[in-house]
Design a protein around this ligand. Structure first.
Ligand code: PLP
Length: 711
């Protein structure tokens, strides 16, 4: 019968290496539960697991670990979680009579000023290094607890203390990676980006010892067989080197030719922690992989991270750094799940519009509460097809030259689409307080000729839909809604986009969700839905579920309407399927950040934020900042200050389109002056509001504004 061996922490770096090594032993049945099967922080779950699987040997390599930064930031978590893991596991090891266990710790548990190379006896002989005290205290308690269990119950738990581990399955996330993997990533990225310098933490003078994870795993297996003492035993290579030397070694292996700068304001950690390995050496264990070979292998693994590993090991977003701004207008919101979807479509040669598009449309309809959705290749295409559906020869909703009202403060393609469809566009000014269509202007401008209103919920701030629907009803006007900046925004109990005949959405890179490029049209009308499908795809019948009567024409090549080709790819739809799951989470963060910013500066005498209608619940697209008339500074002063500080800004949508050179070409843009749009043009900016922005960057951005307002 096989022996049950539990690896607590099998999904970590050491855990994975252990699994690989132990699999070679055919008499072992490996137990490698994930966190969803057993959470070692919870005693009930650990007990149930031990009761069920009765492990005979246990490797405890589950731990909360990280580099200096993570340790400093999360002292409580490092302390509490490591305590809980060991307490729960030790208790069950004793209770369920496990034959022997290995409890892994690290060289950080030794005092800061321990004599080098550090002998096991120096444990608890002096003060600890502050930067990892939480982790060290917890692990020291573990070592002692193992001893107490041995004294009282003869439970066998041995405690190897290991030097820095690196290698296969290393963690390359800067937020919690260790020095060696962090250096590999820094140099690899610097080389890729042609950066002239790489700045590293501290002085570079501390010395460290490194062991490859494969050697580490083999040492634990070796000790499980050969070591029985209650006192800890060191595991290392017996050789250390300065961080400076290590950095140069990695730099050379990566062939990075820039310069290394040392940020001496950052902590170094302990000056040296070389382990005395005479105890384990005497038992006969020797690591096999040299540091140079190990680094070469790790560099290769980092560079060749396949999609699989890429998605598991790396928060994709961490790779992205805007070249110029630390607070850019937008950041990527997609990750490995979206990339996987796209790769899946490509590897199956299903790249053109197919099942994923349909699935995304269904999910999207559910999300916004509309009956039908039609995905297209951009928000602009959404506006275009909606406009063309109004003048479609089969639907006969409007005629060419019928008047449609559009607000002036919007994205240009919104206006062009109605013009291109042959409708007579009447532009109307916006309300300077809300940035949305001015209701009084709207009332004044509705005439017998007016047949439709094409709204936009600017920057996610819903228009007053009570007033507008009342007017539309009274004058029998069709409403179209441009919701390209308003995914997640609600008015009353409805998602915007459900107040008229159809609504457009954009999934461009910087929008609430992204499919890289992409758009959606939603409608509650079956007829419009059908028509949009014709307009999206050439006017052919192929995408419709209809019976074919005409036998003389190939059924896939029968054309019943005119149309464009505005189809999305399956790669985009795959992105959409993943992104739609994240809408709520993203929008919660956007909302929270917006509120923090607004509440900080709402009393500032120089600026104002858009007013929100009573029944509106906006899902903000960005953070608009508009200067008051008597502001003590000019908008351009603010822009250049932000630019200098590394914060990207831009006009509110495009400002007043009348002011752009294109106005020369179209009289619709010249018929009158729009004084409010002008005001926004001259006094408004917006900055990014992205769910991926780190809290620290967001707070730093607020500080920049505070400083600007102070001066
Ligand atoms: C209000 C509005 N409408 C339409 C669009 C066009 O969307 P897309 O860029 O996907 O073509 C945008 C784009 O930002 C927009 O803000």
């Amino acid at each position: 019968m096989k022996t049950n061996v539990l690896i607590a922490g099998a999904n970590g770096m050491v855990g994975k290496a252990l699994v690989k090594e132990l699999k070679k032993n055919k008499s072992i049945k490996l137990l490698t539960p994930g966190r969803n099967e057993v959470d070692y922080l919870k005693i009930d779950e650990v007990e149930n697991y031990f009761k069920k699987y009765k492990p005979k040997y246990v490797y405890i390599v589950a731990a909360k670990v990280g580099g200096i930064l993570a340790n400093l930031k999360n002292k409580i978590e490092f302390f509490e979680q490591n305590q809980l893991i060991q307490m729960n596991l030790f208790r069950c090891i004793q209770k369920f009579k496990v034959k022997k266990s290995v409890f892994l710790g690290s060289s950080c548990i030794y005092p800061k000023s321990a004599k080098q190379p550090i002998k096991e006896e120096s444990l608890l002989s002096g003060k600890l290094e502050e930067t990892n005290e939480g982790y060290a205290l917890a692990k020291i308690s573990g070592v002692r607890l193992a001893k107490y269990y041995s004294e009282k119950y003869s439970t066998k738990i041995i405690c190897p203390m290991i030097c820095n581990i690196y290698g296969t399955n290393d963690n390359f996330n800067f937020s919690d990676s260790h020095v060696l993997s962090a250096l590999i990533r820094r140099f690899a990225e610097a080389k890729k980006n042609n950066s002239k310098t790489v700045t590293l933490w501290g002085t570079g003078s501390p010395k460290r010892e490194f062991i490859h994870v494969k050697d580490a795993a083999q040492s634990l297996i070796f000790l499980m067989k050969n070591y029985n003492d209650v006192n800890p035993i060191n595991v290392g290579t017996g050789k250390d080197l300065t961080i400076k030397k290590l950095a140069n070694k990695i730099k050379k292996i990566i062939k990075y030719e820039g310069k290394i700068l040392w940020d001496k304001t950052k902590p170094d950690g302990v000056p040296r922690k070389l382990l005395n390995i005479s105890k384990i050496s005497k038992l006969g264990f020797k690591p096999k992989i040299s540091l140079s070979d190990g680094i070469k292998q790790t560099v290769l693994e980092f560079q060749n991270l396949k999609e699989e590993k890429f998605s598991k090991n790396i928060k994709v977003n961490n790779f992205f750094k805007h070249k110029k701004y630390w607070y850019p207008l937008s950041l990527p919101t997609y990750g490995s799940a979206e990339i996987k979807q796209a790769l899946d479509s490509m590897s199956k040669y299903r790249t053109t519009m197919w099942d994923k598009t349909k699935l995304f449309e269904e999910k999207f309809s559910k999300k916004v509460g509309s009956n039908y959705s039609v995905m297209v290749n951009s928000g602009s295409s959404s506006d275009l097809l909606m406009s063309f559906s109004l003048i479609d020869r089969r639907l006969k909703i409007l005629k060419k030259n019928d008047e449609i009202i559009v607000p002036i403060l919007t994205w240009p393609t919104h206006i062009w689409s109605a013009m291109m469809a042959g409708l007579k566009v009447k532009l109307i000014d916006v309300n300077v307080k809300t940035l949305n269509i001015d209701i009084l202007e709207l009332k004044k401008n509705i005439s017998k000729k007016t047949k439709a209103i094409f709204l936009v919920h600017a920057l996610g701030n819903p228009c007053n839909m009570d007033e507008i629907t009342k007017l539309a009803k009274k004058h029998k006007l069709i409403i179209l809604e441009d919701c390209c900046e308003a995914l997640g925004s609600r008015y009353g109990n409805k998602h915007v986009g459900n107040f008229g005949l159809a609504a457009s959405y954009s999934f461009f890179f910087s929008h609430h969700i992204t499919t890289m490029e992409g758009g959606m049209i939603t409608t509650n009308s079956k007829k419009i839905h059908e028509n949009l499908k014709y307009l999206r795809s050439h006017g052919w019948k192929r995408d419709m579920k209809v019976k074919y009567k005409n036998n003389k024409i190939y059924k896939n090549f029968e054309f019943v309407n005119w149309g464009f080709n505005c189809r999305p790819t399956e790669l985009q739809a795959g992105f959409g399927i993943e992104q739609v799951k994240k809408i709520n989470k993203f929008n919660k963060i956007r909302k929270n950040f917006f509120q923090i910013f607004r509440s900080k500066f709402s009393n500032n005498p120089n600026i104002y934020f858009p007013e929100v209608e009573k029944k509106s619940d906006p899902s903000w697209f960005s953070i608009p900042i508009i200067l008051k008339k008597n502001s003590k500074f000019k908008r351009d002063d603010l822009i250049s200050y932000l630019e200098k500080q590394g914060i990207e800004s831009r006009p509110i949508i495009v400002g007043n389109l009348q002011k752009h050179p294109v106005a020369k070409l179209f009289k619709e843009l010249r018929i009158k002056k729009f004084k409010n749009a002008d005001y926004i043009h001259n006094n408004g900016i917006y900055i990014g509001l992205n769910p991926m922005i780190e809290k620290e960057s967001f707070n730093k951005m607020i500080k920049v504004f505070e400083n600007f307002f102070k001066n």
